[in-house]
Design a protein around this ligand. Structure first.
Ligand SMILES: Cc1ncc(COP(=O)(O)O)c(C=O)c1O
Length: 399
C-alpha cells in the first residue's frame, strides 16, 4: 500500500485497554450501552452547563438572543479549532441531516446531472438525495460497495472508477453509519476536484472519533454532528463550506439576515434554542481535559477488541481487517446465521435484547445480512460485549 493510502485516521492497536476515569455520564448505569453511535451520550457537567444556559436565556430572553452575540462566536471558534476548520466557513445547524439539506439546496441540478453516493450511505440521507434528484429531474445513483472491504486503496478504486461524465455531486461518508467503515475521503476529494465533481463529505460520526482536519480534507462541503462523538447536547450539528461555496450556501431556514454573510445567516435561523450549539464548546473542553487523542485511542482499541471477540465467538467473516485499521470507534459484525436476517426481524430482536438483557445495541439488516454495530466510549468495557454474546446465544437457542 502506498504511503498516501495509509489510513491516517487509524490508531495503533493496544491490547491493554486501561479504563479512563471521567465524571459520571447521564446514562442509566443499569443499561449496557453499546450504541453511542446513534445519539451519543453526555457527561453530567456538559448537560448541566446546557441547563444553565437555558436558565440564562429564560431570565432575559431578548438580551440572551439579541445582544450576546459573542456567545455563539466563542462556541464557533472553539469548535472550528477542534475540527481543524476555517471558522469563517462553519455554520451551526441542528443535525447532519439538516446540513446535507442546506448543501443540496444550494446546488442547481440540471436534468442531465447525476447525484452519486455509495451503497453505505445513511438511509435518511438516501431519502433526501432521492427527493432532491426527483425534484430536479436528475438522476441518483449508488455505487455498490460490497463487504468485506480490505483496504483504503480498494475503496478508492471502487468509488473513483464509478464516476460518470454526468456526475455533478458525490456525497461520501467519512465514517459510514451501517458498516462503520472509514472511507479515504481526502484522496477521493482530491480526485473529484481534478475531474470537476463537487463533493460533500458526510462526517456525521467523524468529529471526536477521528483526528479531523476539515481544511485538509479539502471538500466543497463537510457536514457533521457534535452530539455523537464530541458528546455535545442533542441538536448540535454543523455545515462547513469551502471559501468558494460560502456565498451560495444557505441554511434551510431563510430569515432576516439572508444575503448578509454566512455567519449571520446561520446564526439566525428563526427563533430557536441555541443552547446545544453553545454547550458544544463545553463538550470540546471536557474532552480537552482528558485529551482527545487519549479518548480516541481508548475507544478505538476497545472496539477493535470487541470486533475480534464477536467475529471469533460467532465464527463469521469480518467486514474489515481485524486490526481495526479501517475502523474508528464503531464496528459492524455479521450475526450468526441462526439470528434474524431481515430488517423487521432484526429490529424485533434488538428490542428483545433490550427488554430481556438491558443491552442497547443496534441490530439491523445491511446488504442482505443481519448485523450488529457496537460502539466503544469511555463508559464501555470489554465485558459489555461478552454479555452481548451471552444474550444473543441465549436468544438464538430459543429460535
Ligand atoms: C453517516 C450519517 N449521516 C447522517 C446522519 C444523520 O444524523 P442526524 O440524525 O443527527 O441528522 C447519521 C446519523 O447517524 C449518519 O450516521
Amino acid at each position: 500500500m502506498s504511503n498516501w493510502m495509509s489510513n491516517r485516521y487509524s490508531m495503533p492497536v493496544c491490547r491493554d485497554i486501561e479504563p479512563i476515569k471521567t465524571e459520571p455520564w447521564m446514562l442509566d448505569p443499569d443499561i449496557i450501552y453499546l450504541n453511542h453511535g446513534s445519539f451519543g451520550a453526555r457527561v453530567a457537567s456538559v448537560f448541566e452547563y446546557q441547563v444553565s444556559l437555558k436558565r440564562e436565556f429564560e431570565a432575559s430572553p431578548v438580551d440572551f438572543l439579541d445582544r450576546q452575540k459573542d456567545h455563539i462566536e466563542h462556541a464557533r471558534n472553539v469548535v472550528a479549532n477542534f475540527l481543524g476548520a476555517d471558522g469563517k466557513g462553519i455554520g451551526f445547524v441542528g443535525n447532519a441531516t439538516t446540513g446535507v439539506g442546506c448543501v443540496v439546496n444550494s446546488i442547481t441540478f440540471q436534468p442531465s446531472d447525476e447525484i452519486l453516493c455509495t451503497s453505505h450511505v445513511y438511509n435518511g440521507v438516501r431519502q433526501l438525495l432521492t427527493r432532491t434528484a426527483k425534484d430536479a429531474g436528475c438522476s441518483y445513483r449508488e455505487i455498490p460497495v460490497p463487504l468485506p472491504v480490505h483496504s483504503n486503496s480498494d475503496l478508492f478504486e471502487i468509488v473513483t472508477n464509478s464516476m460518470s461524465n454526468s456526475t455533478k455531486l458525490l456525497v461520501i461518508d467519512h465514517v459510514a453509519s451501517a458498516s462503520s467503515i472509514i472511507f479515504p475521503v481526502q484522496e477521493i476529494v482530491q480526485y473529484c476536484r481534478e475531474i470537476g465533481v463537487l463533493v460533500l463529505v458526510d462526517g456525521s460520526h467523524a468529529p471526536g472519533m477521528l483526528d479531523l482536519n476539515i481544511d485538509q480534507v479539502g471538500a466543497d462541503w463537510y457536514v457533521g454532528n457534535l452530539h455523537k462523538w464530541v458528546c455535545a447536547p442533542l441538536g448540535a450539528g454543523f455545515v462547513w463550506a469551502s471559501e468558494e461555496k460560502r456565498t451560495t450556501t444557505h441554511p434551510m431556514t431563510i430569515s432576516h439576515l439572508y444575503g448578509q454573510g454566512f455567519h449571520n445567516e446561520f446564526d439566525w435561523q428563526g427563533t430557536r434554542d441555541i443552547s446545544s450549539w453553545l454547550a458544544s464548546a463545553a463538550a470540546v473542553e471536557w474532552g480537552n481535559t482528558i485529551g482527545w487523542e487519549r479518548i480516541r485511542q481508548h475507544n478505538h482499541s476497545l472496539v477493535t477488541a470487541m470486533q475480534q471477540a464477536l467475529v471469533e465467538a460467532w465464527e463469521v467473516e469480518q467486514f474489515s481487517p481485524l486490526d481495526g485499521s479501517m475502523l474508528g470507534n464503531m464496528a459492524t459484525v455479521r450475526l450468526p446465521t441462526s439470528c434474524p436476517q431481515t430488517m423487521e426481524s432484526c429490529l424485533a430482536f434488538r428490542d428483545e435484547i433490550y427488554e430481556k438483557f438491558k443491552i442497547e445495541v443496534p441490530i439491523f439488516e445491511f446488504l442482505g445480512l443481519g448485523v450488529v454495530r457496537v460502539s466503544a466510549q469511555l463508559y464501555s468495557r470489554e465485558t459489555d460485549v461478552k454479555r452481548l454474546i451471552t444474550a444473543i446465544k441465549a436468544l438464538s437457542i430459543k429460535m
